[in-house]
Write a protein that binds this ligand. Structure first.
Ligand code: NAI
Length: 273
């Protein structure tokens, strides 16, 4: 019961059905509930989010689904208000919502990217794509912290975990706007951590490597791609979403009470090379 009497909100947490490949947010919801927390799963995929929350409740856990587009400031404000009205407090925020691809074309435009590799490059990055990535990852995390922190202050402390990526730390040949947004989350975490450390509000970022989640499906269902990617990982495999969730759980719980402004890399040794 490492999360007893704590209330948490996790964004991008709809993908958590039992018996299916779970997203990091969905797996984190199960881990928090297992340890006694009341969890609010926030997402834009309402149907899946409601089903995941219902499954958690069926096992006796305390879970609720809320519709929240993390780019919407008014929705953030309302969501945090209603959680605090219902539970009396907010202790933990996990900014996990994420979006991968930002190019939706079919590679037939002679002036556009000719394949998926090219579409990652800055020459083919669109302003809309960049804004979408910065919106979900940077603006979303900023708004979450902006509205959660005043409530955490009333409680005498809190823990915020921002889900970045190994691609937010090192330069890699990946989607330009994604890695830029993830690097933004990493730096914002440290800045906010310093601002609120004296109030016992801790802010840390986690940096998963390749993880088996619904969003990353093509990266591990294609055997050639999987073999190529895992050949670069010292542990020789992708992470399970539960392995990322356990690290987030540690940072959310009081076991990490002296950790703030830190970054936890969870990547099977990928970035250590
Ligand atoms: P996932 O498969 O759970 O999908 C992401 C979830 O975010 C979906 O439920 C989606 O509906 C939700 N979402 C998207 N836009 C949203 C918005 N505007 N407002 C609210 N919810 C929104 O994803 P996964 O792979 O578990 O990713 C979770 C986080 O982990 C993301 O931030 C991702 O960038 C990060 N990550 C994932 C890695 C991987 O290999 N799967 C590696 C490193 C980081």
């Amino acid at each position: 019961m490492r999360m007893r009497s704590k209330t948490a909100i996790i964004t991008g947490a709809a993908t958590g059905l039992k018996g299916e490949i779970r997203g990091i947010g969905g797996a984190t919801a199960w881990a928090f509930v297992r340890e006694g927390a009341t969890v609010y799963l926030a997402d834009i995929n309402d149907e899946l989010g409601e089903r995941t929350a219902a499954q958690i409740r069926e096992t006796g856990g305390s879970a609720h689904y809320v519709h929240l587009d993390v780019t919407d400031e008014a929705l953030w404000q309302n969501t945090i208000d209603s959680i605090v009205k219902a539970e009396g407090a907010l202790d933990v925020l996990v900014n996990n919502a994420g979006t991968g691809r930002d190019y939706d074309g079919d590679y037939t435009d002679p002036d556009g990217p000719q394949n998926a590799e090219e579409a990652l490059k800055v020459e083919f990055t669109t302003v809309e794509g960049l804004d979408r990535q910065l919106g979900v990852h940077v603006r979303g995390a900023m708004l979450g912290m902006k509205y959660a922190i005043p409530e955490m202050r009333k409680r005498g402390g809190g823990s915020i975990i921002n889900v970045s990526s190994i691609h937010g730390i090192v330069g890699v040949d990946t989607i330009t706007s994604y890695s830029t947004a993830k690097a933004g989350m990493r730096h914002m975490s440290k800045t906010v951590a310093i601002q609120y450390a004296s109030e016992n509000i801790r802010v840390n970022s986690v940096h998963p490597g390749y993880t088996k989640t619904p969003a990353a499906l093509p990266l591990f269902t294609d055997p050639e791609l999987y073999a190529d990617r895992t050949s670069q990982i010292p542990m020789g495999r992708y992470a399970e979403s539960e392995e990322i969730a356990n690290s987030i759980l540690f940072l959310a719980s009081d076991e990490s009470s002296y950790i703030t402004g830190a970054e936890l890399v969870i990547d099977g040794g990928h970035n250590a090379q």
